[in-house]
Design a protein around this ligand. Structure first.
Ligand code: FES
Length: 158
């Protein structure tokens, strides 16, 4: 059964004091819980947050299912999200996502057998002028993607 760490709990409690409504704290609470749950939000996480925040699970699920930055199933150590919105798509992002999937032997959204990679397609990552763009986990952006850059990235992360 999932439980936030002591620090995670303190973080969520503090977020609850920062907003007028408890619902406003759901976004940061989900981020923290996702981080502490190995990169995804399981149903147990939702139950726990509902208890800790004293709000209905439905209000957490509304946020969870709306935003693509929350993972609803386990992801690899390196979750690679290829932006496939209009600017990136026009610059070949779909083909690049297919290339990565073929190279790693997975389908879109699937985790490699060794648990190292998940490739998925994302909505606009907010860097359209440097399309095509991808994000690795929550912190790293790679812009102006090319096939040699993809090869290099996989080599470095393996
Ligand atoms: S369309 Fe890809 S970053 Fe905006």
């Amino acid at each position: 059964m999932f439980q936030l760490s002591k620090d995670g709990l303190a973080f969520v409690k503090n977020e609850l004091t920062r907003y007028e409504t408890k619902r406003s704290a759901v976004l940061p609470a989900l981020f923290k819980a996702q981080e502490e749950n190995g990169g995804w939000v399981s149903p147990e996480v939702v139950v726990h947050l509902s208890q800790v925040m004293d709000i209905p699970m439905s209000q957490i699920n509304e946020v969870l299912t709306f935003y693509t930055m929350y993972n609803k199933k386990p992801v690899g150590k390196h979750h690679i999200q290829v932006c496939c919105n209009i600017s990136c798509a026009m610059a070949g992002a779909h083909e690049m996502a297919d290339y990565l999937c073929d190279k790693l032997g997975v389908h879109d959204g699937e985790m490699t057998k060794d648990g190292r990679f998940t490739i998925s397609r994302a909505e606009c990552l907010g860097s359209c002028d440097t399309a095509p763009v991808m994000q690795i986990n929550m912190d790293e952006y790679i812009e102006n993607l090319t096939y040699p850059k993809l090869d290099q990235m996989i080599k470095e992360l393996k």
